[in-house]
Ligand binder design. Structure first.
Ligand code: SF4
Ligand code: MG
Length: 328
């Protein structure tokens, strides 16, 4: 759970007025135990920064992160270390996070040793179990990361994340570097592990298609802010925010005649160092009006526990201009 979470990166020590990058700006959200919560948006929207803030891998500029009711920000190192075991992260490119000089047995066994969970033969048995759990074989333990394919390396990264017996796993674009067929395998594996171990999953993705079938709820981020928060089915059936509508329109339709995804959005994401005034999406929004340039929309409650940050979401919804309904 996060309240008013803010992360500003100060840069440019040589400049007289250093650039402040508002990577995450006032994000409040609560992940429920046992759910799969997705955070989506184009790259540069602050998703990864948010993921790291939730695990306190980086410290926020302001705001709070609570885990099981208590703030984790003030925790002393020894208590934080215990918590780290419960909260694991897996990355887009597991290769970058797997030590190339360690064999797989040591990579997966390290957290077991680090947290004193098992020793000797018992530890080796656990490593073998973990490898089987993620669809590898124990003999793979003798090999090194470079000997595996991308999908297998992600399985190794997942086995390592599981080794500390976590309750929460954050996946930062866990399948975006993989072929589509392999993506489905890894997603299926994560869903299976979630059920088997009662995990809570937070999946960070730029691709809505990836999270559609696995996530319970979705937070859509744009330039460091959550612009829509919703149950996954509601979000796909009836996206409320123009940015969500644009993201959904960009999902390619799987048909032989229509291979090309429609253009995502006009222009690039503006720099988070100089976000647009008012609604940050106004420079790219087809519904923008004068008010949007001046007034910053707050995240407000909509039906079914949904939240949306747009001055005109009701009007847009009534006009039936959702991403999936073509205007007459
Ligand atoms: Fe578009 Fe205005 Fe809504 Fe922002 S507030 S999403 S610019 S209509
Ligand atoms: Mg990222």
């Amino acid at each position: 759970e996060s309240t008013g979470l803010v992360k500003h990166f100060g840069g440019g020590g040589l400049l007289s007025s250093p650039t402040i990058v508002r990577a995450v700006d006032g994000v409040s959200m609560a992940v429920k135990r046992g759910e799969t919560f997705a955070i989506v948006g184009e790259s540069g929207c602050g998703k990864s920064t948010l993921g790291r803030l939730l695990l306190r891998l980086i410290e926020p500029t302001a705001g709070d992160v609570r885990y099981e009711g208590r703030s984790i920000l003030g925790l002393p190192p020894n208590e934080m270390r215990k918590l780290r075991r419960e909260m694991q992260i897996i990355f887009q490119d597991p290769f970058g996070s797997l030590n190339p000089r360690m064999n797989v047995r040591d990579i997966v066994g390290e957290p077991i040793w680090l947290h004193g969970l098992a020793h000797g033969a018992e530890k080796q048995e656990r490593v073998a179990d973990l490898l089987r759990t993620v669809g590898l074989i124990p003999a793979h333990g003798e090999r090194y990361p470079h000997e595996f394919s991308g999908g297998q390396r992600q399985r190794i990264g997942i086995a390592r994340a599981l080794a500390g017996e976590p309750k929460l796993i954050i996946g930062d674009e866990p399948v975006s570097a993989l072929d589509v067929s392999i993506q489905a395998q890894i997603i299926n594996l994560l869903e299976h592990l979630k059920d088997r171990f009662g995990l809570t999953l937070v999946i960070i993705a730029h691709d809505l298609a990836v999270i559609r079938h696995m996530s319970d709820r979705v937070a859509v981020m744009y330039l460091g802010e959550i612009v829509e928060l919703s149950d996954t089915d509601d979000l796909f059936d009836d996206p409320l925010h123009p940015y969500t509508q644009a993201l959904l329109t960009a999902i390619p339709v799987p048909s032989p005649v229509n291979r090309q995804p429609k253009p995502l959005l006009q222009g690039d994401v503006p720099s988070p160092a100089a976000p647009p005034s008012g609604c940050r999406f106004h420079t790219r929004c087809p519904h923008a009006k004068a008010r949007c340039r001046e007034e910053h929309p707050r995240l407000e409650a909509a039906a079914d526990g949904r939240q949306v940050a747009c001055h005109f979401w009701r009007e847009i919804q009534n006009a039936g201009s959702g991403a999936l309904t073509a205007p007459p």
